[in-house]
Design a protein around this ligand. Sequence first.
Ligand SMILES: *Cc1c(COP(=O)(O)O)cnc(C)c1O
Length: 371
Amino acid sequence: MIRIPVYQPDLSGNERRYVLECLESTWVSSKGHFIQDFEATFAKFVGAPHASSACNGTVALHLALLALGIGPGDEVLVPSFTYVASVNAIQYVGATPVFCDSLPDTWQLDPADVERRITSRTRAIMAVHLYGGACDMPRYVELCERHSLKLVEDCAEAIGTRLNDRHVGTFGDIATFSFFGNKTITTGEGGMVVCNDHELNARVRHLRGQGLAENREYWHDIIGYNYRMTNICAAMGLAQLERIDDILLRKSNLASAYHSLLKGCNVSLQEATKGEISSHWMVTVLAPDKNQRDRVRAALREHGIETRPAFHPVHTMPMYFTEAQLPVAQDLGARGINLPSWHNLPMREVENICKVIIDICTPTAPADSMS
Ligand SMILES: *Cc1c(COP(=O)(O)O)cnc(C)c1O
């Protein structure tokens, strides 16, 4: 029986009141003031001029790549160590994902490996900010300028993450966020596309709303999609955003507790990129090896504590399988464990969780020799 889930949303603010307002006003579909309010408040929170909501984070990525005009024949550099949606979006537009390795300390996309894989067909880099940390964006901005590439940021796991005093998602050409139930703030299902450029944002909205022409009713001038967010979801999102500073503060305290309790034990935690303030979406540890990782997960399960394995590298999954060796991605995938990280997790549970980990991952003193 799972007593402590890996994640649990907190809807105890104005969520109920705003959602009820949708029901009572009958503005339940993808029109209504909460959509504009959520978009405007989110844009301000991130510090970006434009934010367009979408019905989840995966379609937000799809919209971002479509709006940039990426398609068949184009290669997009992407980490293999990520959630599968980052890669699927590349495939949806008919482009080719090119898998890159990750860094062993921050676990983010490895800029040197990315640079090695640039070809004449490369059109974009997709930097995925994992587990609340940040990729080294100044490196990617420079790389993209030098090679005339588009820079996409997948910020699904990085709501509230800052780098050099800027929110992630403001470094590249376009960025996306997710509000799935286990993300830092949630709308049930939901996503956001953020960018600096007015025209790019207009393309995102055009594609999102069935390709509806601007000045002619029920006239569609491109093949678009119905990727809109509902007013009900936006109502939840707005209420969540009102409390985001408190959520981020509690998550930061949890992460500090995990870090200090696990100090000295034989696991490693995610290190920060230079200039990063992590939002600590999901506290993750690497066990010394896969066997100990699986033992830790089993022991925690016995205590009623749910964990998740770190991402299986996408290039090892059947639909993207390649023989390529990406040693860091494979190592992280074999040894990583996501620990319960929701902001109201009681501190004594953090202590219990760490005790179980320490029991398994602290090498016992070498047994006395046979003599
Ligand atoms: C959650 C997530 C997504 C997709 O978000 P959904 O809202 O679940 O579609 C994309 N990329 C990464 C890295 C994610 O963690």
